[in-house]
Write a protein that binds this ligand. Structure first.
Ligand code: MV4
Length: 451
């Protein structure tokens, strides 16, 4: 290990909006670091604008002209004298080109290196890297699938169902489940087309389809000196159309033995690429508790808070310390509490979760013991229609899972948001569900959830 060289950061530009921008501002303030917010004209009245030390308008509402504009963000970093950029999640957080440009301008990108981002952005490369590192991967094609007949042959060997995935994909786009041979040709063609249109890359690969898996991910952190640790798991199985609705830690399905095994695999994943920053290694876990590498997210995630609560640890502070060149201790963290996060979206859960932007006319926010609210909304706030519909996260923490559920029921009942529809009633129904309460769920749960 080379000798640690610490470069303090004095001013951080936050290339994001909403609750995550606020979350980052809060930690910066505690660390005595100045903050610069950027905003679109749709976000003029946003709290991330008011709470930052400086704020600069970078363009009109569409993301591509504001929060995704590398030129405008770099120019803002330059004129404000920012020495680092925190990308949050979404937008430019996993954009290797942006991380490269930051480097060229001498602005520290708070996150992994461009090559680390790229190596996980291409799913076939990621999978090959993991396989070499001894991390279990899902059986499937060796690299790219070039020919339908080759695909049919492999699928016949592995047995149906199989799944076709886009190498540039992730989060469900360009994916097809194939149940029998006669569907193969059409599935491959349509998925390939979808991937080409969405990512400008139509490379596809095949895997054995794991039925009714759980989505369990391991939080990791690595420093600039090649040391990595894990911070235990989050269960993110409660999803709808690849959008997570609720996350928790620890997973009701994970034993201490499995946690340690998955933690080791996640650390091996980091070591394989000398990962710098905080990140998440996603696994699919089957009913026999076999786990398989799925993807690595090279950013802070929405659900990072549940980990923060169960291990009592500020992950944003850790990101900044790693970016400054501080070495990590290398010890792993295990949950001492139970935390559940419900995502509150401005959507109508009775109407196919249709977005419900508009003005918040009444707001009462829950509080009290064990309740954390991460949100950028306020009374009179106008939710713009241009961005993600998440308006708040409720994170409830207690000593046991059932107590965390009781706290969540109480907090959901206290939350009053008028003027827009929200997913709060959905979460209330979920908290009362027998299977949810029993920890008996997988990624198919929401498909059959009636309320
Ligand atoms: C799978 C799978 C079953 N078998 N791969 C969904 C998003 C993308 N990250 C990969 N996904 C899946 N990959 C194999 N071989 C099932 C899914 C999947 C899923 C995964 C996690 C959470 C929710 C999901 C919902 C549907 C499908």
């Amino acid at each position: 290990m080379s000798k640690p060289k610490i470069k303090p950061l004095k001013k951080i530009l936050i290339a994001n909006r909403g609750e995550i921008a606020l979350r980052i501002i809060r930690t910066c303030r505690e660390m005595g670091i100045k903050t610069v917010s950027v905003f679109s004209t749709a976000d003029r009245e946003s709290l991330h604008v008011k709470f930052a030390d400086e704020a600069v308008c970078i363009g009109p509402p569409p993301s591509k002209d504001s929060y995704l504009s590398m030129a405008k963000i770099m120019a803002t970093a330059e004129v404000t004298g920012s020495d680092a950029i925190h990308p949050g999640y979404g937008f430019l957080a996993e954009n290797a080109k942006f991380a490269t440009i930051c480097g060229e301008y001498g602005v520290k990108f708070i996150g992994p290196t461009p090559s680390q981002i790229s190596s996980m952005g291409d799913k076939i490369t990621a999978k090959e890297t993991m396989k070499k590192a001894g991390v279990p991967v899902i059986p499937g094609s060796e690299g790219l699938m070039t020919d339908v007949n080759e695909g049919k042959k492999l699928a016949a060997e592995m047995g149906y169902p199989v799944i076709l995935k886009a190498t540039a994909g992730g989060g469900g786009k360009g994916m097809r489940i194939v149940w029998e041979e006669k569907e193969m040709e059409n599935a491959l063609n349509t998925a390939r087309q979808e991937a080409g249109a969405a990512f400008g890359n139509d490379g596809m690969y095949m895997e054995k389809y794991i039925e009714e898996p759980r989505h369990i991910e391991i939080q990791v952190a690595g420093d600039q000196y090649g040391k990595a640790c894990h911070l235990s798991e989050r269960d993110c199985s409660i999803q709808r159309r690849h959008q997570k609705l609720l996350e928790e830690s620890p997973s009701p399905f994970v034993t201490q033995e499995l946690r340690e095994k998955m933690g080791k695999a996640a650390i091996a994943a980091c070591n394989a690429i000398s990962y710098e920053g905080v990140g998440t290694v996603e696994f699919l876990v089957d009913k026999h508790r076999n786990f398989y590498f799925m993807e690595m997210n090279t950013r802070i995630q929405v659900e990072h808070c549940v980990t923060e609560e169960v291990i009592n640890f500020d992950l944003i502070k850790e990101q900044i310390k790693i970016a400054m060149g501080e070495p990590i201790s290398g010890k792993n963290y295990f949950p001492t509490m139970h935390a559940i996060e419900c995502r509150v979206n401005a959507e109508d859960p009775h109407n196919d979760f249709r977005p419900s932007p508009g003005k918040i006319t009444t707001l009462h926010t829950p509080g009290g013991h064990g309740v954390r609210i991460d949100s950028h909304i306020y009374d009179g706030y106008q939710i713009p229609p241009y961005y993600d519909s998440m308006i708040a996260k409720i994170i409830c923490t207690a000593q046991t899972r059932i107590e965390a559920i009781h706290t969540m029921e109480r907090a959901l009942g206290e939350y009053v948001i008028e003027g827009v529809k929200t997913t709060i009633p959905f979460h209330q129904a979920l908290m009362r569900d027998k299977n949810f309460r029993d920890g008996n769920f997988n990624t198919s749960f929401i498909q059959t959830f009636k309320w």
